[in-house]
Design a binder for this molecule. Sequence first.
Ligand code: NAD
Ligand code: WQD
Length: 334
Amino acid sequence: MSVLLTGGAGYIGSHTALALIEAGEKVVVADNLCNASREAIRRVEEMTGTEIPFYEADVADTAAMNALFEREEIESVIHFAGLKAVGESVEKPLLYYRNNLDSTLTLLETMERFGVRRLVFSSSATVYRDGNAPFSEDSPLSGSCPYGRSKLMIEQIIGDVCAASALSAVILRYFNPVGAHPSGRIGEDPSGVPANLMPYISQTASGKRQALTVFGGDYPTRDGTGERDYLHICDLAEGHLSALRYCREHEGAEVFNLGRGESVTVLELIRAWNRANDMDIPYVLGPRREGDVAVTYANADKAKKMLHWEARRSVEDMCRDAWNWQKQNPDGYR
Ligand code: NAD
Ligand code: WQD
C-alpha cells in the first residue's frame, strides 16, 4: 500500500517524500509540474535508492486520477498540489479558485470512489485573521487573499466530507517553511525573482541579487521589522509523517499548526544567516509590502501534545542548509 503525494515534486512534497521513504513508507507522486521539476523526484530516488512511481498529471483531471488509483494501491493521500503565490492570486483569482478547488474536489471524489479514507491537507497560517498572534487552531479565521480564501474553503469542504463519510483528515496549517535538506540535493527552487524572504537572501548571498530590501522598518515589533515563525523544511516534512500516523488512528477531521512557536524578525533572520554562513548580507530598508502583517507565529502546543511532533532544528540550521542548497544549485534544478 502506498501514500499518494499530490504536488509531490514541489518544495514541501519532495522533502516529505524523502522523509516518508526513510521511515519505510511507499510513495507515489502525482504532479503536473506547473511549479516543479521532475528532477526533484529523480534526486529523492537517488538519495533513497528507491523508485518512485511518478504520474505527470493534473489532479483535477478525473480520468488521470482514476487511472492512477486503478493502477496503484493507495492507502492514504497527502494533498500538496496547489498554487501558492499570494500576489498572483490577487491578480488571477479565478486561476487560483479553479486550480485549488477543482483539484481538491476531484481528489476527494476519486478517494471516495476507491474507498481511500485518509487525507492530510496542506493548509496555511494565512487563514488566520491578523492581529492576535500567537495563533492557536481555534483563533479567528479569515483568508486575506484569494489564495488564503481557497485554503479556507478547502478546509471547510474537507470538514463537510469527513462529517458525511468515513473520511479521516488532518489539516496542517504551515507557518513559514524555509531551508533545504542538509545534503543540498533538494531544496526550494522559485522561478523568477523570489517573492519570499529566505530565497531572496540566498540569491543575494550568491550574487544573483544585489541587496535584500527589508519591507518596512516601522512595524510595532522588537526592531520594527516583520516577525514570522520560520520552520526548517525537514521538521515540516517529519510533521507529515506524524500527521499520517495520527490520521491512521483517528476518525474525523483535526487541524494542527506546524510552526516552531517562536517569532523571528527580518533583521534577526539576516543576523542568523550572517552567523551561520560567515557572511554579511547587504540590505536596504524599504517601505512596507502591501498586504503584509506585522506579526505571525504559531501556538504549536496542539501538534506537540497530539501528534507528538515538535520542530527540532534552529534558525541557524535553516540558514546553513538554505545556503548549502543555493551554493550547490545556483540555478535550482535547471
Ligand atoms: P510548490 O509549488 O513547490 O508545490 C506545489 C506542487 O503542486 C508543485 O509541484 C506544482 O507543480 C503542483 N501542482 C499545482 N497544481 C497542481 C494540479 N492541479 N495538479 C497537479 N499538480 C499541481 O509549493 P510548496 O511550497 O511545496 O507548497 C505545497 C503546499 O503547501 C501548497 O498547497 C501550498 O499552498 C502549501 N503551503 C506552502 C507554504 C510555503 O510557504 N511554501 C506555506 C503554507 C502552505
Ligand atoms: C517574510 C517576512 C516580509 C521578502 C508567505 C505567504 C504565506 C505562506 C508563507 C503559503 C515578511 C519580509 C520578504 C523580501 C522582506 N505561504 N520580506 N523582504 O509573507 O510571511 O508568508 O509565505 O501559504 O501565505 O504569505 O513570507 O517570506 O514573503 O516574508 O523584508 O524581499 O520577510 O515583509 O515580514 P510571508 P515571506
